[in-house]
Design a protein around this ligand. Structure first.
Ligand code: KG4
Ligand code: ZN
Length: 337
C-alpha cells in the first residue's frame, strides 16, 4: 500500500458498542457495530458486563469488518483503537486486541481519542466542513463546544460541569419509566407532544459551560408532585413531558452555541456524538441555517452514535501525520481533550 492510501483496521470498545471498521485512503470500506443488549434490563451500562461482552464480540466483529472490506489482515498498514475516554475495562479489551495485532503483523499502532473521532466523523462523507469550524459534541459522557482549527488541532471552548446532555436524556427517561438508552425514546415520544406545555429550568452557567443536573432534579420533583395529585399523570402526559424536556435540553445547547458563534465569529457549525441523532436538535440547527445563515454539518445517523468508522477516519489523519504509539501505551478513562 502507498503512503497516501493507507489501509487501516480500527477498533472501538469505549462503552457498550463493540465495533470495527476498515478504511483505505480515507474511504470507509466496512463499518460493523455490535450493540450490547446485555445492559437494557439494568437501565444503564454495567461496566463489568460490557468488558465481558467486548471479549465475546471482538473477534467476530473484527473478522466481519475485514471480510466485508475484502481485506486480509496481512494487507493492513496499521491498526488503530480507541484509547479513551471511556470505561477502562472495555478500553483494555480493544487496546489489548489492537496491540496483539500490531505485534503479530508488525504494523504500527494508532491510539485514537474517542471525542476527537466523533468530530472527525464529519470527514467520512461530503459535505465536509472547512477549517476552522465549531463542533458541538454531545454524547452520553460528554458535552463540549470545540473549535477545530485543523484535523489535529482542537480547542475546547466550553464543557459540562456535571452531567452530559445524553446522560440527562437517559436519567430523565429512566425516571419516566422508559427503557435504556432513553434518549431515542424521549425523541420518539416528543414528536407527538406539546413542547411548550411544561416549563423546566435552563441552567445559567458562566461562559460556554453547561450544567444538566438541575433539569433532571426539576423533572423528578415535578413528576413526584403531579403523581401525588393524579396517579396516572405520567401515563396521560408522557408525550408532552418528553417534548417539554427535549425542548429544554435542546434550548440549553442552542443558547451556548449561539454565544460561541457570537464570540468566535465562526458560522460553520457541526454537531457530533449520540445526541446529534436527536430530531429536535437537528431541527433547531436547520432553522439557524435558514434564519442566521450558518453552515450546518450534521453527520449521517450511523456516524452519530458510537461506531468504528469515526475511529478509522481519525486514524487515517493520524497515520498521515505520523502519529503512532508504542506497544506499552495505556488507555485512559477520563477526557483529555
Ligand atoms: O456517542 P454515543 O453513542 O456514546 C457515548 O460516547 O456516550 O452517545 C450515546 C448517547 C446516549 O445518552 C443516548 O441516549 C443518546 O446518545 N442518544 C440520543 C438519541 N440517540 C442517541 N439522545 C437524544 N435523542 C436521540 N435521538
Ligand atoms: Zn461516543
Amino acid at each position: 500500500m502507498s503512503y497516501s492510501q493507507p489501509l487501516i483496521l480500527a477498533i472501538e470498545t469505549s462503552c457498550d458498542e463493540t465495533a470495527a471498521s476498515v478504511i483505505m485512503g480515507g474511504k470507509i470500506l466496512s463499518n460493523i457495530v455490535a450493540s450490547q443488549e446485555e445492559h437494557e434490563k439494568h437501565g444503564g451500562v454495567v461496566p463489568e458486563l460490557a468488558s465481558r461482552a467486548h471479549m465475546q464480540y471482538i473477534l467476530p466483529v473484527v473478522q466481519k469488518a475485514l471480510n466485508q472490506a475484502k481485506v486480509h489482515k496481512n494487507q493492513l498498514d496499521a491498526v488503530a483503537c480507541t484509547a479513551g475516554p471511556g470505561l477502562i475495562g472495555s478500553l483494555l479489551v480493544g487496546t489489548s486486541f489492537a496491540k496483539s495485532l500490531s505485534m503479530a503483523l508488525q504494523i504500527p499502532l494508532i491510539a485514537v481519542d474517542h471525542m476527537q473521532a466523533h468530530i472527525l466523523a464529519h470527514f467520512i462523507d461530503a459535505p465536509r466542513p472547512g477549517f476552522p469550524f465549531l463542533c458541538l459534541t454531545v454524547s452520553g459522557g460528554h458535552t463540549q463546544i470545540v473549535k477545530v482549527d485543523q484535523s489535529r488541532q482542537f480547542t475546547v471552548l466550553g464543557r459540562t460541569q456535571d452531567d452530559a446532555v445524553g446522560e440527562a436524556f437517559d436519567k430523565i427517561a429512566k425516571l419516566l419509566g422508559l427503557p435504556y438508552p432513553g434518549g431515542p425514546h424521549i425523541d420518539k415520544l416528543a414528536k407527538s407532544g406539546n413542547a411548550l406545555r411544561f416549563k423546566f429550568p435552563i441552567a445559567q452557567m458562566p461562559g460556554l459551560d453547561f450544567s444538566f443536573s438541575g433539569v433532571k432534579t426539576a423533572v423528578r420533583y415535578f413528576v413526584a408532585e403531579q403523581t401525588k395529585l393524579d396517579p396516572d399523570f405520567l401515563n396521560h402526559n408522557l408525550h408532552d413531558i418528553c417534548a417539554s424536556v427535549q425542548h429544554t435540553l435542546v434550548q440549553t445547547l442552542m443558547q451556548k452555541l449561539k454565544l460561541a458563534v457570537k464570540e468566535s465569529g465562526l458560522t460553520s457549525i457541526a454537531i457530533a456524538g449520540g445526541v446529534a441523532a436527536n430530531s429536535g436538535l437537528r431541527i433547531a440547527l436547520e432553522s439557524m441555517k435558514e434564519n442566521e445563515g450558518w453552515d450546518v454539518f450534521i453527520p449521517d445517523f450511523q456516524y452519530c452514535t458510537d461506531n468504528a468508522a469515526m475511529i478509522a477516519m481519525a486514524a487515517h489523519f493520524q497515520y498521515l501525520a505520523g502519529e503512532f504509539v508504542e506497544i506499552d501505551f495505556q488507555p485512559y478513562a477520563r477526557q483529555t481533550l
